[in-house]
Ligand binder design. Structure first.
Ligand SMILES: Nc1nc2c(ncn2[C@@H]2O[C@H](COP(=O)(O)OP(=O)(O)O)[C@@H](O)[C@H]2O)c(=O)[nH]1
Ligand SMILES: [Mg+2]
Length: 252
């Protein structure tokens, strides 16, 4: 990780071989100086990890790959990716999906917003944010309800998109969060880090995004993951409700 730069885009992958080459091209083509990509693959059966190595080899050091032994959930992959990028000196860290639901071209806007925030969420539910046109009304309603009504009212968060996975973090924010206490894996991972960041008093800003349907491949998030996420809000409330800004980790 010696040549990792100040801005690192972290992308967890599990069976994303059809999306990966174009994603790498688009991210590396962005007008952001000093940007590298860290792919965190959980030994995808479709060979995404090998493909990632090939793309890394021809990237002039701008793509790096973490290989994990098996599918352990995107929360685990992100914690591993965050720690690796922080250890290499990253100042700005982005998280996004590999499937083009998150448009890499929105990355500069997220980074701009990070200038006066501690964390930025690419948000589907603020004014100007949108879900894919092809989604039916029912799916849209369910997604909005799970995010804003269910999670929002159990945890009393001030953000509109609690489960979104397109974010930008400052180094200091992640260091202050003590990542070792983060336990969850699936969608609830996104809720956990949002809630913890808010309890610790970090300034979280939302910028509107258009959330597209994934381009290729299949979703790994089944109904059980979604139910786990919904119920998990209660245990997050128990664990973190008394956290205050005084609980920020020091020494970072
Ligand atoms: N490394 C790793 N990546 C994962 C895992 N589960 C999902 N992902 C990746 O996380 C991102 C979001 O997953 P996705 O299936 O698109 O979820 P959805 O958008 O909610 O349907 C994609 O880039 C996936 O490849 C996992 O267990 N390990
Ligand atoms: Mg997706």
């Amino acid at each position: 990780m010696s040549n990792m730069t100040k801005t690192v885009v972290i992308v967890p992958t599990y069976n994303e071989r059809e999306n990966l080459p174009r994603l790498v091209d688009t991210v590396l083509g962005l007008p952001v100086s000093d940007l590298t990509l860290l792919i965190v693959d959980d030994n995808s059966p479709d060979g995404t990890g090998t493909l990632a190595d090939e793309l890394a080899a021809s990237s002039g050091g701008r793509v790096q790959v973490l290989h994990r032994p098996g599918k352990q959930g995107l929360g685990r992959a992100y914690i591993h990716g965050f720690k690796t990028a922080l250890a290499a000196g990253a100042e700005r860290l982005l998280q996004m999906d590999a499937d083009f639901s998150h448009d890499p071209n929105d990355i500069p806007r997220l980074l701009d917003a990070l200038e006066d925030a501690d964390m930025v969420i690419g948000s589907r539910y603020v004014k100007g944010g949108r879900l894919d046109e092809t989604w039916g009304a029912w799916r849209k309603l369910l997604s909005w309800w799970a995010n804003r009504v269910w999670v929002g009212s159990i945890l009393q968060t001030s953000v509109q998109d609690n489960t979104g996975g397109f974010r930008a973090w400052r180094r200091a924010t992640l260091l202050g969060m003590n990542l070792d206490q983060i336990q969850s894996n699936g969608y609830i991972f996104q809720v956990e880090i949002t809630y913890l960041a808010l309890r610790l008093g970090y300034r979280v800003k939302e910028v509107p995004i258009y959330f597209a349907e994934r381009r290729e491949g299949e979703s790994k998030m089944g109904l059980s993951v979604q139910i786990e996420a919904a119920l998990g809000a209660f245990s997050l409330r128990r664990r973190y409700r008394n956290v205050t800004p005084a609980d920020r980790a020091t020494g970072g």
